[in-house]
Design a protein around this ligand. Structure first.
Ligand code: ADP
Length: 270
């Protein structure tokens, strides 16, 4: 067979050579406190390549802190986060901590969509998408704009590219925020209660976009209160309570468990 030529246009990266034999994300024995208050301890979470995992559970159980710990927005005290098999973040009390690069390029491989959109208010929709790819030299200006428009098209927001965030509904802003995350071509997408801040009438349009992404084989972790949505789009559902994973299984297994009328069923009222 003819060996593939390596050119500037087709760089062979570690990622493209690796078989997806590693989980996309693996948190090993994570521990997090705020002051004296322990949010979780010795917590394990593994998300396979292409898997869609929803995290549900009562308010205050640690869901948001958990996913923010996966990309370094919260600093763990214990544990190690692996991204595609590579140690990426380590708890501040881990010996590994000092040896890991801070804010390496791995950070860019994790896209995040927040509850409150977090768009740049003084930038147009298109600029919101292109800012990070331009900062990180992801191509020429024209290439980056073309890619940004493709992601805006994907979320149905191309017609609004010249508007500012305040000119859009909450649902539209969140679709732009999703496009912004996609534009960095992340290997993992994290959603932190993406519809909690939305008016009821715009929740559906955002859930539809997320469901489309889920079906397209993306690796995603979604903290959500939308039970029906979680059961419909996820490969796996995690029920968190008081910092512990109280249920971890397929939507099918969750549905069966619900028939037993336990604590989980009290919480999940479909
Ligand atoms: P959930 O997402 O399940 O509602 P959180 O992860 O937001 O839960 O919160 C878990 C616990 O950590 C709660 O007791 C919350 O009050 C506490 N907590 C979250 N963020 C902070 C913070 N920045 N400082 C202090 N305590 C926090």
């Amino acid at each position: 067979s003819v060996p593939m030529a390596t050119t500037a246009e087709t760089p062979i990266t570690a990622t493209s050579l690796e078989k997806p034999s590693h989980p996309a994300i693996h948190l090993d024995a994570g521990g997090k406190r705020f002051g004296d208050s322990v949010v979780f301890a010795n917590l394990d979470l593994t998300v396979a390549q292409g898997e869609v995992v929803s995290i549900i559970g009562p308010s205050g159980s640690g869901k948001t802190t958990l996913i923010r710990s996966l990309n370094g927005l919260e600093t763990l005290e214990q544990g190690v986060v692996y991204l595609n098999g590579r140690a990426f973040l380590a708890g501040s009390e881990e010996r590994l901590s000092a040896t890991l690069p801070r804010h390496g390029c791995e950070m860019l491989e994790i896209g995040m969509v927040f509850q409150s959109f977090n768009l740049f208010p003084h930038r147009t929709v298109l600029e919101n998408i292109t800012l990070a790819p331009r900062y990180h030299h992801r191509g020429s200006k024209a290439e980056i704009q073309a890619a940004a428009r493709a992601t805006l098209h994907q979320v149905g927001m191309l017609a609004h590219e010249l508007k500012y965030p305040h000119q859009l509904s909450g649902g539209q802003q969140q679709r732009v925020a999703i496009a912004r995350a996609l534009a960095m071509e992340p290997s993992v997408l994290l959603f932190d209660e993406p519809t909690s801040a939305l008016d009821p009438e715009t929740v559906g349009e955002v859930l539809r976009i997320i469901a489309d992404l889920a079906r397209s084989g993306r690796t995603m972790v979604i903290v959500t209160h939308e039970m029906k949505f979680a059961l419909d789009v996820s490969d796996r559902v995690i029920f968190m309570e008081k910092g512990q994973i109280a249920f971890n299984g397929s939507p099918e297994a969750l549905r069966q468990q619900l028939q037993q009328g336990d604590r989980l069923s009290e919480f999940v009222r479909l």
